[in-house]
Design a protein around this ligand. Structure first.
Ligand code: HEM
Length: 127
């Protein structure tokens, strides 16, 4: 694996960690949401999602395509979509759907698992 790709994966990992930390800080700060922490959380989250997407695309283009990858990558993309939509719903003053926070929490664990698995499998089939 070349150094440029590996450092981009490290940046994505750091971004995910910062998103988790800012999300927990946001929840702990209570409601109404602290707009500064919310802005940081939102921007770091979107940046991280883009970085993970770029990593997966670069790796996908450089390996022999196997049937499993498109499924894994689609599920990963859908999970990040769930995070963005549930995050947007959470940003309203009143919760429209009571389970939204639970969906955001489960979604982030699954997104972490699926994106890590996708990157891991793509990296191992590359080397
Ligand atoms: C990679 C994507 C994301 C991750 C990993 C993530 C992670 C988290 C975490 C760990 C929390 C704290 C949950 C808890 O209290 O247990 C949280 C809360 C929150 N997130 Fe995210 N998030 C992501 C994307 C987003 C996006 C894109 C938005 C906005 C559009 C958003 C909006 C929120 C809001 C408003 C809360 C506070 C919920 C509350 O306490 O009422 N998140 N997030």
């Amino acid at each position: 694996m070349n150094t440029v790709i590996s450092s981009k994966i490290v940046y994505a990992g750091i971004g995910f960690l910062l998103t988790l930390i800012s999300g927990v800080a946001l929840s702990k700060a209570g409601r109404p949401l602290n707009s500064a922490i919310f802005t940081v959380h939102k921007l770091v989250a979107v940046g991280t999602i883009i970085l993970i997407g770029v990593n997966i695309r670069n790796l996908y283009q450089s390996v022999n395509i196997q049937a499993l990858y498109p499924v894994l990558i689609t599920v990963t993309g859908l999970l990040f979509l769930v995070l963005v939509v549930s995050g947007a719903l959470l940003s309203f003053d009143k919760l429209v759907i009571p389970a939204t926070l639970r969906i955001h929490q489960i979604g982030l664990l699954l997104a972490l698992a699926f994106s890590t698995l996708s990157i891991y499998l793509l990296v191992s089939s590359k080397s």
